[in-house]
Design a protein around this ligand. Structure first.
Ligand SMILES: Nc1ncnc2c1ncn2[C@@H]1O[C@H](COP(=O)(O)OP(=O)(O)OP(=O)(O)O)[C@@H](O)[C@H]1O
Ligand SMILES: [Mg+2]
Length: 463
C-alpha cells in the first residue's frame, strides 16, 4: 500500500505546513504544529480548517429529531459491580472508554478481570497488549485465578494490524493496553507522540462506532496526573475513567470524569489483593486513620462521591516556616488552600503568613468539591493551636471569600452516614442542619454555622 503523505497542522489556528517547524507560519505560535495524515490525492477538498465543502462531497440525509427512534442504550454488565457503577451500568456496544492512572495502580489487572468476566458471560473478548508479552498477561491471569480464561490475546502495537484483527474477529469488547504503545505506519512520528496517540485513538473510535465493538483504551498519565497525549483524546471517547489511590495503601478508586452514558463523578472503590482488585461494597469509612485519641490537625470530612457519602480524614500541619513559607496540599487543590488561608486571616484573624502549611487527604483520595473547605480550615486552626477536635467530630461546608459558610449538596445524607458510623459532633452549614421541628439525626449533635468565625468559636467552646 502506498504511504499517504503526512503534513503538519497547527493546533491553534489550523494552518498547515509541509514540514515540521518550531513556529507556526500562519499564527506564529510556538510548538503548535503536530503531524497528521494528509488527505489522499483525489479525496474531497478541505479548507484550511479541515472542513469539507459540501458541493464537492455531496450532501447528507437530514432527519427530524422527534422522528429518530430513541432506543435505550443496551448495556452489558462487566461482572464487576464497582466498575459497572462508574460506567453507568455496564459496557455499551460501540462505546469507547479511556482509562488512565499512575503506573502500577492496577489498570491492566482490572481490565483483565473485566474481560474475563465478560467472556464467561458469553461475550467475545479480545485483549490487545502492547506493553507486555502474551506470557506476562498469562502470568497475571494465573495469579488472578483466571486459569481457564478463554479471552483472546493479541500482542501487537501496529494500528493497521490491530484493526484488521478486530475486523476479522468482531469481539464484543476489546481492550487496548495501552494507546500510547500503538502506532500507525502512516505517520512518521514516534509511538506515544501526540500525533500518533490522536490518530490511533481516532481510528479505533471510528472502528468501534462502525462495528459495535466496545473498546477500552488504557492511557498513561503524566507526572501532573493528567492523561498523557492530547486533551482531544478525552473529547473523542465516550467515557473517561481515572484510577486514583495511594500505591502504598491497598485501596483504589476508579472515578468517571466524563460519561456520555451515565453520571459523572461516580466512583468505584476497590481493594488490591493478591488475587486482583476486589470491589469494596461499603467504602464510607476506609479513608480514616485509626487514631486511638484525637490528634491536633485532623478533621473528618463527609464528602459526597457520586451517589455515595464517604468519610475522609483531612490532616493539616502548620509549622514555623522560613522566609518563604510553603503551602503544600495532597489530594486537595493548592490554589483553593491559598484562598482559604486568606479567608482565615481576613475574617477570623488567624494568620499563617510565617508558617508552612501542609494539608493532606488520607488514603490518596482526591477531593475536588468545595464542601471540603470548612474541614480544611478547622484542621489548619487545630494544628496551629495544637488542640485536637473532640472525638467523633465531623465537618463539611463550602467557605466563600466573604467568610460565609455555604451549604453542601445533600447535607442530610452526609449527616446520616456520619451518624451511622458513630460520629457524634458536627459543625455544618446552617442550611444543611435539620430544620426546627423536623426529625433529628440520632446520636449526632449538630452545630449549624453561617460564618467561619462562628465555626471557630464553636470549636473553641468544645475544647
Ligand atoms: N503478587 C501480588 N500480590 C499482590 N498484589 C500484586 C501482586 N503482583 C502485583 N500486584 C499489584 O498489581 C499492581 C500492578 O497492576 P497492573 O499491572 O494492573 O498495573 P497497571 O496500572 O496496568 O500498570 P502499568 O501502568 O505499568 O501498566 C502492582 O502495583 C501491585 O499492587
Ligand atoms: Mg498495565
Amino acid at each position: 500500500m502506498a504511504k499517504e503523505k503526512t503534513n503538519y497542522v497547527c493546533t491553534e489556528c489550523g494552518g498547515t505546513s509541509a514540514k515540521w517547524l518550531g513556529k507556526c507560519p500562519s499564527c506564529n505560535a510556538w510548538n503548535t504544529l503536530v503531524e497528521q495524515v494528509a488527505t489522499p490525492a483525489g479525496g474531497p477538498a478541505h479548507n484550511r480548517f479541515g472542513t469539507q465543502f459540501a458541493s464537492l462531497a455531496g450532501t447528507g440525509d437530514l432527519s427530524v429529531l422527534s422522528e429518530i427512534e430513541a432506543s435505550d442504550v443496551d448495556r452489558t454488565s462487566t461482572g464487576i459491580e464497582e466498575l459497572d457503577r462508574v460506567l453507568g451500568g455496564g459496557i455499551v456496544p460501540g462505546g469507547v472508554t479511556l482509562i488512565g492512572g499512575d503506573p502500577g495502580i492496577g489498570k491492566s489487572t482490572l481490565l483483565l478481570q473485566a474481560v474475563d468476566a465478560l467472556q464467561r458471560a458469553g461475550q467475545n473478548a479480545l485483549y490487545v497488549t502492547g506493553e507486555e508479552s502474551g506470557a506476562q498477561v498469562a502470568l497475571r491471569s494465573r495469579r488472578l485465578g483466571l486459569d481457564r480464561s478463554q479471552v483472546q490475546v493479541l500482542a501487537e502495537i501496529q494500528l493497521e494490524k490491530i484493526i484488521a484483527t478486530l475486523d476479522a474477529h468482531r469481539p464484543a469488547i476489546a481492550v487496548i493496553d495501552s494507546i500510547q504503545t500503538v502506532y500507525s505506519d502512516q505517520l512518521t512520528s514516534a509511538p506515544g507522540s501526540v500525533a500518533q496517540v490522536r490518530e490511533c485513538a481516532a481510528h479505533l473510535t471510528r472502528f468501534a462506532k462502525a462495528s459495535g465493538t466496545a473498546i477500552v483504551l488504557v492511557g498513561h498519565v503524566t507526572k501532573e496526573g493528567a492523561l498523557a497525549g492530547p486533551r482531544v483524546l478525552e473529547h473523542m471517547v465516550d467515557t473517561v475513567l481515572y484510577f486514583e489511590g495511594d500505591t502504598n495503601s491497598s485501596f483504589r478508586l476508579v472515578r468517571a470524569i466524563k460519561n456520555r452514558f451515565g453520571a459523572v463523578n461516580e466512583i468505584g472503590v476497590f481493594a488490591m489483593t493478591e488475587r486482583g482488585l476486589k470491589g469494596v461494597a461499603n467504602p464510607s469509612a476506609i479513608f480514616l486513620s485509626q487514631h486511638s485519641d484525637p490528634v491536633p490537625g485532623s478533621v473528618v470530612l463527609v464528602t459526597l462521591e457520586g451517589t455515595r457519602p464517604m468519610l475522609v480524614e483531612i490532616q493539616a500541619l502548620v509549622d514555623n516556616g522560613g522566609p518563604s513559607p510553603r503551602r503544600l496540599s495532597v489530594g486537595l487543590d493548592r490554589d483553593r488552600l491559598a484562598m482559604l488561608l486568606a479567608v482565615l486571616h481576613r475574617h477570623a484573624g488567624v494568620a499563617c503568613m510565617d508558617q508552612d502549611v501542609f494539608v493532606n487527604a488520607v488514603g490518596g483520595v482526591r477531593i475536588s468539591e468545595p464542601a471540603a473547605d470548612l474541614a480544611v480550615m478547622l484542621a489548619i486552626t487545630s494544628s496551629l493551636r495544637g488542640k485536637p477536635l473532640p472525638k467523633g467530630f465531623i465537618a463539611f461546608g463550602e467557605v466563600g471569600l466573604a467568610g460565609e459558610v455555604r451549604p453542601a449538596p445533600r447535607g442530610q445524607e452526609r449527616l446520616r452516614e456520619a451518624a451511622k458510623l458513630g460520629f457524634s459532633v458536627a459543625v455544618v452549614p446552617k442550611a444543611n442542619a435539620p430544620k426546627k421541628g423536623s426529625k433529628e439525626i440520632e446520636g449526632l449533635t449538630i452545630h449549624p454555622v453561617e460564618r467561619i468565625e462562628e465555626a471557630l468559636d464553636i470549636v473553641r467552646r468544645l475544647d
